[in-house]
Ligand binder design. Structure first.
Ligand code: ADP
Ligand code: MG
Length: 451
């Protein structure tokens, strides 16, 4: 295997493990510059990337490399400053040689000032019954910012296209009207507020936000429980809203389901247009896969597309990840792709990503979801949220991990095991009659798969 193919295969794996933004940020201008018996040297553009890869992603990289070459024991990171600005060269080169640059999609970059990435457009957004309304609302906003739906609030589970849609609106408005657009992840927005407060720079913060025409905040659920941030956001929101500036928000759940959100903020969100995206059905997933393959100049038969769509019941991000793996497999093996080797590839992917739950995971996901402290679960608090979380944890431990009632009792702070039985039965009953609990549990399970 050439160094280039080895690195492509490693990247395809890592792309499944980490978020897209991180992937683009940290892995774009990297390559394998040397393989020497049991040591691989990865070249990176600067020391910042070097430190980050070595500290944060070393394990992922080593694991992915070892899967492809068992002999590798060690990784070196070397700085090669020429890597930081050669994207254009790479592009031209691959075109001259007439080769299909299947990884060309890596070359888009996020604009520092607007936070927008031109790779997300309405053009490459597939519309289906699952996202039709969200798309229509987003498109209407992009045609008439500030006047139709304000704010526009889109929610869905992960990997179903929220970021893509939000970015597409931003890109279009910026291109068409030259308006001042700002896209920002809620986590980043929160840390901006915190550091502005700490450094006495709230004036600067306010000035930055008051001139914006279109403010897009992604994954707003992260504001949950952060009162000071919510307060500042409320002011920013009002100021923009009163000037008919467009505000677009996304979240992994509806405003009503975001815990610890102040009422006034919730009612602001509910004052605009709220729309969700659900899971696409098999046909739509198959169509999306086909489109994605075409975008990458890769041919996939309808039969294969359908097979993949049917055997992976998950989100679009995962569908793309599988496609990337198949492309890499093809580049390395160079045998015609047929349904059997696709089956083999899928089998391998499923094997390498076990979705086993554990006590710690269940504890973490449930307490995160209800925004409470893990210690409260094992303690004796009778607060409503705590009691509910405790019951859900008990239910999951029994249902998913097959724990005995006394064992559960011991694990969550020595409660009486009749309490445990009562809690389990209560949730079981509520799942039949109470759609809220059902919805919440399905969120939690979704997160359990994703942690
Ligand atoms: P979310 O923000 O909801 O987690 P993303 O917007 O990041 O999801 O989407 C995950 C991946 O799937 C992205 O690469 C995105 O381009 C792609 N994607 C999602 N929905 C669609 C769609 N309807 N058509 C084309 N690509 C899509
Ligand atoms: Mg997103």
């Amino acid at each position: 295997m050439t160094n280039e193919n080895l690195w492509k295969a490693v990247l395809a794996q890592i792309q499944l493990d980490i978020s897209e933004a991180n992937f683009n940020t940290w892995f774009k201008h990297t390559n394998i510059s040397n393989v020497d018996k049991n040591e691989v040297t990865i070249s990176v553009p600067n020391s910042f990337v070097k430190n980050w890869l070595a500290n944060k992603y070393h394990k992922n990289i080593l694991k992915a490399i070892k899967e492809l070459n068992k002999d590798i024991k060690n990784i070196n990171y070397a700085i090669d400053s020429s890597l930081s600005n050669n994207t254009k060269e790479e592009k031209t080169k691959s075109k001259e040689e007439g080769s299909v640059n299947q990884m060309e999609f890596l070359n888009f970059t996020t604009d520092y000032e607007t936070g927008l990435n031109p790779k997300y457009t309405f053009d490459n957004f597939v519309i289906g019954p699952f996202n039709e309304l969200a798309h229509a609302a987003a498109f209407a906003v992009s045609e008439n910012p500030g006047s139709m739906y304000n704010p526009l609030f889109i929610y869905s589970k992960t990997g179903l296209g929220k970021t893509h849609l939000l970015q597409a609106v931003g890109n279009k408005i910026k291109e068409k009207n030259g308006n001042k657009v700002l896209y920002i992840q809620a986590q980043k927005f929160i840390s901006e507020i915190i550091s502005s407060i700490r450094n006495n720079k709230m004036e600067e913060f306010k000035n930055k936000y008051k001139d914006i025409d279109v403010l897009i905040i992604d994954d707003i659920q992260f504001l949950s429980g952060k009162e000071k941030t919510q307060e500042e956001f409320f002011h920013t929101f009002n100021e923009l809203y009163e000037k008919n500036k467009q505000i677009i928000l996304s979240s992994d759940r509806s405003p009503r389901s975001i815990n610890s959100l102040t009422d006034r903020l919730r009612s602001r969100f509910e004052g605009g247009m709220i729309t969700d995206i659900i899971y696409p059905d098999t046909e739509t997933r198959s169509a999306i896969l086909k489109t994605k393959a075409q975008e990458k100049n890769f041919f996939l038969s309808d039969e294969i597309c359908y097979y993949i769509a049917e055997s992976t019941k998950k989100n679009i991000r995962e569908l793309e990840g599988i496609l990337n793996k198949i492309i890499v497999h093809q580049q390395i093996n160079k045998v015609p792709l047929n349904i059997n080797n696709v089956k083999d590839i899928l089998k391998k992917i499923i094997q390498t990503s076990p979705t086993s739950y554990s006590f710690d995971k269940i504890m973490k996901c449930v307490t995160n979801f209800y925004d409470i402290n893990e210690r409260e679960i094992t303690g004796s608090s009778r607060k409503k949220e705590v009691v509910k979380s405790r019951q859900i944890i008990i239910y999951l431990l029994r249902k998913e991990l097959n724990y005995s009632y006394p064992h559960i009792a011991k694990k969550i702070g020595g409660k009486d095991h009749t309490t445990i039985i009562y809690s389990f039965n209560k949730i079981e009953k509520e799942l039949k009659n109470n759609s809220e609990v059902k919805e919440e549990l399905s969120f939690i399970k979704e997160n359990l798969v994703n942690v």
